[in-house]
Design a protein around this ligand. Sequence first.
Ligand code: PGA
Length: 246
Amino acid sequence: MRRPIVIGNWKMNGDSVSIRDLLGGLTSQWSGVHQAEVAVCAPYPYLGLCADQLENTNIGLGAQDLSVQSSGAYTGEVAGQMLTDVGCGYVLVGHSERREYHAESSELVANKFQAALDAGLIPVLCVGETLEEREAEKTYDVVGKQLLAVVEHCGLAGVAKGIVAYEPVWAIGTGKTATPEMAQDVHSYIREVLGPEGDQVRILYGGSVKPETAEGLFSQKDIDGALVGGASLQAGDFVAICRAAE
Ligand code: PGA
């Protein structure tokens, strides 16, 4: 049995006032015991604030990136151990916005995945194709390569300690969601690539997930939850998506 999980990715949004407010909404609407696991990935400067406000709640905390290095002269970088130290349990690696705007290669992403495991964090590996790649029928090829780079570096057993998020780039922040069937096809392919470990790995869908589309996606057998960007900035919408995962 894979426990469903919904993770919010706030990206570079919010300030201390709006984040306190959002956390207040989330903690009041998601109290008690739930079948689904829930976490939010906040911008670095607010992790401490979030850790305080999420203490003794059932909402976990994550960061959106980490360094491959564990300490030293790496100006501007943040080590996995620092994230654990301030209360994070999760970290995104290889989000398409990092791959695209920061030229992160699959090799670098694989190193980050391992750095996260070494720091005791649960890495959430993001993979997904662009529109051009989908139209050229390269979806499996692209997603397979992104995944195998991490498998080669960390082993299947290493990947199985993390979470995979399938996020078609053309669906991120565009309002275009993959249909449940389109997402299911790629999810089942990812599970196949992960071989014997595949059954236990949670695979999330991400890309314009909204309360209205969540139910259909979660009804697919290989979709174990969601990575939610825009809709995670509204407590009501995010909690509605979390409820749909139960
Ligand atoms: P979105 O973002 O839900 O706003 O499309 C998803 C993501 O980038 O993780």
